[in-house]
Design a protein around this ligand. Structure first.
Ligand SMILES: C[S@@+](CC[C@H](N)C(=O)[O-])C[C@H]1O[C@@H](n2cnc3c(N)ncnc32)[C@H](O)[C@@H]1O
Length: 310
């Protein structure tokens, strides 16, 4: 098949074109598509992928996303320390424009949106429409939702140099092309804008928990690329960002009953191939649980780094 170029319109002295390919009927039939179907397109060098809206399967779609949303609703206070981390290190200011990458079901989004106020804007992104649905339900006027099928490899369709800060928590280890995502960020960020990323780093007990337990028992597996401080430093250097400053966070997630930790992790990670009891056992072995002030505290050792666009 050849790509055919066709002039589509003339506007203010500029010509605009569209491109066509003749897709053989057999290919269309095998894809279960027909004339009139609406398609979305993603591109990467040497490849165009056409797919029907909402049909491209994401890791966090379906039951994985349903369980994720459920556990955050059932245990709304478990991750309060995460919110404090966001307030301390991202420190959103009234009127700013912030991009959240891998926002999930919006644990942080509602707090960030409140801090930005009516003049600010929060652009929330995630590849999973199931996850984003929950954020839509917040009904916040200063939140824009966008689905990036792969933030790391797609070109990000946002205006140049308009964003003041980027926030991502526990999401970028799902991204295999981190340097490409930093190229995207570099284009859309204002000079001096901050990028604040908290995630799982290789060698930590958290990476051990994911590799030993989640990869075995999660309904969709857990094939990921954890960070190292050296790699984060390199992609900041290559993308035109300042040397990152790292903070090893001693976060603890808190629960009223010890068994709740098992239920929480079972749902958070979609570990349907085992039981909540085994999830608790594994977490006690690898991450550690302590009782403090009447609450059971699960260690969640993430690392955060901050870098600025030069
Ligand atoms: C563990 S959840 C974290 C969600 C949220 N930040 C939180 O802390 O609750 C990871 C999220 O990353 C998203 N994700 C997966 N691949 C991604 C990618 N390539 N780019 C951005 N986000 C991605 C998933 O859809 C999921 O919502």
């Amino acid at each position: 098949m050849k790509i055919l170029k066709e002039k589509s319109r003339e506007y203010k002295g500029n010509s605009y074109f569209k491109y066509k390919v003749n897709i053989p009927e057999g290919a269309l039939n095998r894809a279960n598509l027909k004339e009139g179907d609406e398609l979305l397109v993603t591109s990467k060098p040497g490849e165009l992928l056409l797919f029907t809206k909402n049909k491209k399967k994401q890791e966090f779609d379906g039951i994985r996303s349903k369980l994720y949303r459920e556990c955050l609703r059932e245990f709304p206070d478990a991750r309060l320390e995460d919110i404090e981390v966001m307030k301390k290190y991202l420190a959103p200011k009234n009127g700013e424009r912030i991009l959240e990458i891998g926002a999930g079901s919006g644990l942080f989004s509602k707090f960030i949106s409140d801090l930005l106020g009516d003049d600010g804007r929060l652009i929330v992104s995630d590849p999973s429409l199931g996850q984003l649905e929950e954020i839509k339900e917040l009904g916040k006027k200063n939140i824009d939702l966008i689905q990036f099928v792969q933030f790391g490899s797609e070109k990000v369709n946002l205006e140049k140099e308009k964003v003041d800060a980027v926030w991502s928590f526990g999401a970028m280890h799902h991204m295999f092309k981190k340097s490409k995502s930093f190229d995207n960020l570099s284009r859309i960020l204002k000079k001096g804008a901050r990028v604040v990323i908290a995630d799982v780093f290789s060698g930590s007990n958290l990476a051990k928990h994911f590799d030993d337990k989640v990869a075995k028992f999660c309904i969709v597996g857990h094939e990921v690329a954890f960070w190292s401080k050296e790699y984060a430093d390199s992609i900041c250097f290559l993308g035109g960002f300042t040397k990152p400053k790292f903070y090893d966070l001693n976060i603890q997630w808190k629960f009223k009953n010890k068994e709740d930790i098992g239920f929480f992790l079972y749902k958070l990670h979609g570990m349907t191939k085992t039981t909540p009891e085994n999830c608790l056992k594994g977490a006690e072995e690898i991450l550690g649980v302590q009782k403090k002030d009447g609450l059971y505290c699960l260690n969640w050792p993430m690392t955060l780094f901050i870098t600025y666009k030069k």
